[in-house]
Write a protein that binds this ligand. Sequence first.
Ligand SMILES: Nc1ncnc2c1ncn2[C@@H]1O[C@H](COP(=O)(O)OP(=O)(O)OP(=O)(O)O)[C@@H](O)[C@H]1O
Ligand SMILES: [Mg+2]
Length: 149
Amino acid sequence: MRLTLTSEAETIALGERLGRGLRPGAVVLLRGELGAGKTTLARGLARGAGYKGRVSSPTFALAHAYRGKSLTVHHLDLYRVARGRDSELGLDELLADPRGAVVVEWPDAAGGTWPKDRLEVTLSHAAGGRRAAAKATGPASRKILESFR
Ligand SMILES: Nc1ncnc2c1ncn2[C@@H]1O[C@H](COP(=O)(O)OP(=O)(O)OP(=O)(O)O)[C@@H](O)[C@H]1O
Ligand SMILES: [Mg+2]
């Protein structure tokens, strides 16, 4: 899936639509350079999953949990996590949360490994806004994209 997003609102709307398809165990990896819109998309994902509160960048906290009615979205930003230190973050616990989905900015920064089945979203700067490309790598993530269409 490829889309052009001409405003912040469109990035949030894309997140909301994808967020409605999130189920426990879902993993969403958000890639893209600095300022590409990853946190903005995560804000939409949390809203789409039923979270009503404020979503901010977890750059300093590393992880925020947004509790919706039936799903908790764990939002991580690994930009500042040193390579090889990912095992100290308790990622395994977050990934094992039976009520949770995990959304990760800078998923490659810490050098860890993610579940095979995940939704991979890449955002990039483009004339007039941003471009988004999404790819599912297994049955659960494919369902998220299917519910989107
Ligand atoms: N489609 C869009 N068109 C124009 N601006 C956008 C779009 N989507 C998001 N933005 C803006 O881009 C800026 C950076 O967004 P955001 O913080 O989400 O990026 P990020 O990828 O999380 O950055 P970082 O790598 O620093 O975490 C924000 O001001 C946001 O409003
Ligand atoms: Mg960010």
